[in-house]
Design a protein around this ligand. Structure first.
Ligand SMILES: Nc1ncnc2c1ncn2[C@@H]1O[C@H](COP(=O)(O)OP(=O)(O)OP(=O)(O)O)[C@@H](O)[C@H]1O
Ligand SMILES: [Mg+2]
Length: 254
């Protein structure tokens, strides 16, 4: 941790610090996991390190294929330098297979393939539990303009194509994921970029062969070790830092 820096915001999974230059921020990845809007909480040693690495991996790949993101560079095991953006107050969700709240809402079987990738929006407000909102609301309340929404959908679908391909290459099915989008000003000219994080905290990832869950559902549904699942994703993608292999804590016997 870097106490010299001014803390700007502490969320459930990350802390934002003032960056070294104007227009930049440092994102610190914590080990905390929450689910059900903070109702369930646990600390998983090493999760922050893995998510920092994995988010770096995905954001760098996106930047390389011309999908703009806030990511500048990783600073250390738990921190990365990003461009400060105006966060659009939406969770942008892309779904390829039915799962989670969509499966519940529509009575679909978990894992059922959708006719095409579906993009949906939730209004980012923890007090309300990030409710699903139609485009009509977003535009009427001024959370984003119609043009922004069109651009966000296009951006989200490009992220989906990239992530689906990368995950498919290592035997993992991208069921769904969530991104946040931010606005950056180049002078008077606004640009939308992928912000926040892309990690197993914000995706549903299933092993293609076995169906094993390799994402935050492991924690939501108590299916075993979250760190082990994320380590497996990192290992397959070849982004596992050599010195953070998961080591269970010694147990005290008395
Ligand atoms: N580049 C960025 N510039 C400004 N804010 C950002 C940027 N990237 C992410 N954020 C914001 O930083 C916070 C990250 O913290 P964290 O993910 O822990 O929040 P959270 O507990 O999920 O809460 P919430 O997302 O509801 O604020 C989020 O509020 C996110 O919207
Ligand atoms: Mg968050």
């Amino acid at each position: 941790m870097a106490p010299r820096r001014k803390k700007i915001y502490e969320g459930k999974a990350k802390i934002l610090y003032e960056g070294p230059e104007p227009g930049t921020l440092v994102q610190y990845f914590k080990d905390d996991a929450t689910a059900g809007n903070g109702a369930k909480k646990e600390v998983f040693e090493g999760k922050g390190v893995l998510n920092n690495r994995l988010s770096e991996f995905f954001m760098t790949g996106l930047n390389q294929i011309g999908v703009p993101t806030h990511f500048i560079r990783r600073l250390n095991m738990r921190e990365q330098l990003v461009r400060q953006v105006e966060i659009i107050p939406l969770e942008v969700i892309v779904r390829n297979f039915a799962a989670g709240s969509m499966a519940t809402r529509l009575g679909l079987t978990e894992g059922q393939q959708l006719p095409r990738p579906i993009v949906e929006f939730c209004y980012k407000d923890d007090r309300l539990g990030d409710p699903l909102v139609p485009e009509e609301y977003i535009i009427a309340f001024g959370w984003a303009a119609q043009q922004d929404l069109d651009d966000i959908v296009a951006l989200a679908l490009r992220v989906n194509d990239f992530l689906s391909g990368v995950m498919h290459g290592v035997g993992i099915k991208l069921v769904d994921f969530k991104i946040e989008v931010g606005r950056i000003w180049d002078g008077d000219f606004p640009r939308l970029v992928v912000a926040d994080e892309i990690s197993p905290d914000s995706c549903r990832l299933w092993d293609i062969e076995t169906g094993r869950k390799l994402d935050k559902d492991v924690f939501r549904k108590d299916l075993g070790s979250l760190t082990e699942a994320y380590t497996e994703v990192a290992r397959r993608l070849g982004v596992l830092p050599s010195n953070v292999t998961h080591r269970p804590k010694p147990t005290l016997i008395n």
